[in-house]
Design a protein around this ligand. Sequence first.
Ligand SMILES: Cc1ncc(COP(=O)(O)O)c(C=O)c1O
Length: 391
Amino acid sequence: MALSILSERLDKIREAGLYRRLRSVDRTTPQVHVDGRAVLLFCSNNYLGLAEHPALAQAAAEAALQYGASSAASRLVSGNQPLHDLLETKVAVWKGTEAALIFNSGYAANTGIIAALAGRGDIIFSDRLNHASIIDGALLSGARLVRYPHNDIQALASLLEQHQTNGLRLIVSDGVFSMDGDIAPLAALADLAEQHQALLMVDDAHAGGVLGQQGRGAVELFGLTGRVAVQMGTFGKALGSYGAYAACSGQVREYLINKARSLIFSTSLPPAVLAASCAAVDLVQSDEGERLRQQLADNGQLLRSLLQSAGCAVPEGTTPIVPLLVGDAEATVVFSSRLLEEGLFVQGIRPPTVPVGTSRLRCTLMASHTPDQIRLAAATIIRTGKELGVF
Ligand SMILES: Cc1ncc(COP(=O)(O)O)c(C=O)c1O
């Protein structure tokens, strides 16, 4: 009986064109095998190509041999190892903040941080297109959730006027929006937060390593370090490793250690992952990091201009995320499947990840893509889109 309810729900997901399945992808390099077939990869967040960098693999291997495979406990029990402290010091220096705190993933960071900062009697103001982990953190917190229209500063200002509390008010925004690739108006958000005595938290998952001086992220890009209470960032995207961090003041770090349940009640990251992240933080600040960022920016520009000049619905942008709006969920799945048959792996993104009617192909660039691979990808998208009548 209970299982037949699940079957019915799965049927509904299929009927709505929202069925998902796992594909087997062997690497995160531009050329990969998907379910055994050789294709070009254009949907990884391995923006700088660090996931396959020898320095990270070497650091991970050495740490595993020296310290073992697991931390085997939460950091508050016996799982706080020297590499956690080292990584936090490196992140704080890199980001220019007083302190940093490592989390097990971006999802764990957002749910843990938001539910720690806000609770009953508090209000969270969240951009409509924020990542699901922010929404989940807000729901978990028990605070009132007020969602404002995407990047709409006027609307947020009037919502802040309208929703008063004696408790805390927290504004949360993605720095770079994961499915659209656009950048939040962070300076205006920081002004509003100060005017209304609210805390500002920025999720820099897609900006860390990619934007700003030495890849410090979107907050640094706008010169706002010190005006943002928490910068959340991840190691699993441009930094080529796994896990996440909060870059913040010493006081906020101390508070999170005492309140963030995803930190308190979960086994901490293993030594190999921490060591790879340490190597990544060093790399993004090096000349090599600078060169990779430039290559990534050039690659993004090339794909955008090729698609735009063929009339595709691709917005302007400066990030490695290039969305190609299709609209209908079913049509997006068909488009993505046809591209895979043609040797190009670009994931179709559908609700609930994006709002209904805005399904899209989300192309992501890596510094390791060659111009020829990008030209081939653009030509394949344009030809297939025309055949399917999408353009
Ligand atoms: C904006 C944003 N925040 C948070 C996360 C979660 O990070 P993680 O994959 O490390 O859990 C993601 C993506 O996965 C993301 O795109």
